[in-house]
Design a protein around this ligand. Structure first.
Ligand code: UDP
Length: 471
């Protein structure tokens, strides 16, 4: 083994260019840099454009202040093959096609450029959803670290998609409707709780090509780092560890949960703390559907009318493109006037700051994984309304396994009465105390994991030790 005791590891980090992937990747970069790594962080031009536009002249633009902190992080960008202003969420298939066919070449060129600059680069940390990293890492003699930003349960479902296909639960015309009970480390999961892509009967779309190719690529990686906690998903993680070098190192938050040292938001954040300061403790429902998913106009009307009926105070985050059409106001006529004394509607906020505010008592969420981890950290019970991809599987963890939240609806068609009923159940219902106690325990699990002797910190140290032995 080479003498690497004094070697300064240098990693290139390339996140998937979506908000929910960028956030943990930025904090992973900061974490590794604080452990002595040199980091070259690569964003797409589009992410750079949006984050810069959202935080003009604040000094918080991506990594602008990092040199002051003494951390060794360099920052560069590449094109994902689409114009920066192109709406990727409204043109999802085109975006996936660009990532599949064009982005790979740009990423490879960038890695070649960094390596050719004379830098001693050792490893490539790239999002698991990319289809090219292990080939590129091999070509340039780098250790390949696959970075997974969703729960281990979701990882293992994708990892075993061939098993799901073979057993008739995926990618066949007459899908089985009984429970899946043959995935290693997963006792049982209902077909409705699989990742939405794995619920489909035809897997020929460009997104399916990405999933198939990226997991084939990941099987060749040297390490997988996952933004989860060992104790939360121990069976699933143990089963994965029998096959790959899988490390649970989450939750990957900044040291001080609410502090922004690097602005990662793709949209500017509307202030709402002043309004929250005036609300009673635990009285406000926070409502957000994340950065990418869309809600149907019909569902959004029922949700808005349900909020109105429920009489609770609320912060409603509605991205301008939430129902797929930027022009129309998706809210019911007169909604804003009717609820003006007890709620605010904003396009985007600083979510961590909102969740950490004492006025917040519940979170109506689309079940994005970052949102769930952030909510648990702030001990805010969840009202679950999954929309697509991993959100269905995340809902199962929250409601069925950990019992820290309830479903917004148990039916396919949601109604304002049910929305209102479940909002009140979450905020003031009989089981509210049980949920609060369980979420308190879960928060403790997260906190313990990132304490110096906790599992995530220990796993990170183990990973670094093994990485150093390879470089
Ligand atoms: N977020 C935010 N402001 C908002 C809504 C979301 O800062 O108004 C952040 C949130 O804190 C989280 C991320 O955006 O870190 C969304 O990631 P998640 O995995 O929850 O959902 P996705 O957007 O990937 O569907």
């Amino acid at each position: 083994m080479a003498d690497n005791k004094h070697k300064k590891p240098h990693a290139i980090i390339i996140p998937y260019p979506l908000q929910g992937h960028v956030n943990p990747a930025v904090h992973l970069a900061l974490k590794l840099a604080s452990q002595g790594f040199t980091i070259t962080f690569v964003h797409t031009d589009s992410i750079h454009y949006h984050t810069s536009k959202a935080h003009p002249n604040t000094g918080l633009e991506l990594f602008a202040k990092v040199p002051e902190s003494g951390l060794d992080i360099r920052y560069t960008t590449i094109s994902d093959g689409l114009p920066v202003g192109f709406d990727r969420s409204l043109n999802h298939d085109q975006f996936c096609a660009a990532l599949l066919h064009v982005f790979s070449a740009h990423a490879e060129e960038k890695v070649a450029e960094i390596v050719a600059s004379g830098e001693d680069v050792h490893c490539l940390i790239a999002d698991t959803f990319f289809v090219w990293p292990s080939k590129v890492a091999k070509k340039f003699g780098l250790v390949h670290v696959s970075f997974w930003t969703e729960p281990a349960l979701v990882f293992t479902l994708y990892y075993h998609m061939d098993l799901l296909r073979l057993n008739g639960h995926f990618d066949c015309p007459d899908r089985r409707e009984d429970a899946v009970n043959y995935i290693p480390g997963v006792k049982t999961i209902q077909p409705k709780d699989l990742v939405s892509y794995l619920q489909e009967t035809d897997a020929t779309s460009v997104c399916h090509q990405i999933h198939k190719n990226c997991f084939n690529d990941t099987k060749n990686s040297d390490f997988v780092l996952c933004n989860t906690v060992q104790e939360l998903e121990s069976d699933t993680i143990s089963a994965l560890q029998a096959k790959i070098q899988f490390y649970a190192i989450g939750p990957i938050f900044p040291n001080d949960f609410c502090t922004t040292v690097v602005a990662t938001s793709l949209w500017s954040e509307s202030p709402c703390t002043q309004w929250l300061d005036k609300q009673p403790i635990g009285s406000v429902l926070y409502v957000s559907f994340g950065s990418y998913a869309h809600v149907t106009e019909k569902d959004l009307l029922e949700i808005a009318n349900g909020i109105s009926l429920s009489k609770v105070n609320f912060v409603l985050v509605l991205r301008p493109d939430i129902v797929s059409s930027e022009d129309a106001d998706p809210l019911p006529v007169g909604f804003k006037e009717e609820v003006a004394d007890r709620g605010i509607v904003i396009p985007w906020c600083r979510q961590k700051e909102v969740l950490a505010h004492p006025a917040i008592g519940g979170f109506l969420t689309h079940c994005g994984w970052n949102s769930i981890l952030e909510s648990v950290w702030c001990q805010i019970p969840l009202l679950c309304f999954p929309l697509y991809t991993d959100q269905f599987t995340n809902r199962k963890l929250v409601v069925d396994d950990w019992k820290i939240g309830i479903n917004l609806s148990d039916k396919k068609v949601i109604t304002k009465e049910e929305v209102s009923y479940n909002i009140n159940r979450l905020m003031y219902g009989e089981s509210e105390d049980e949920i609060k106690n369980r979420i308190k325990e879960l928060k403790k699990t997260l906190e313990d994991a990132v304490s110096p002797s906790g599992s995530s910190e220990q796993n990170l140290s183990q990973f670094i030790k093994k990485l150093m032995a390879k470089i």
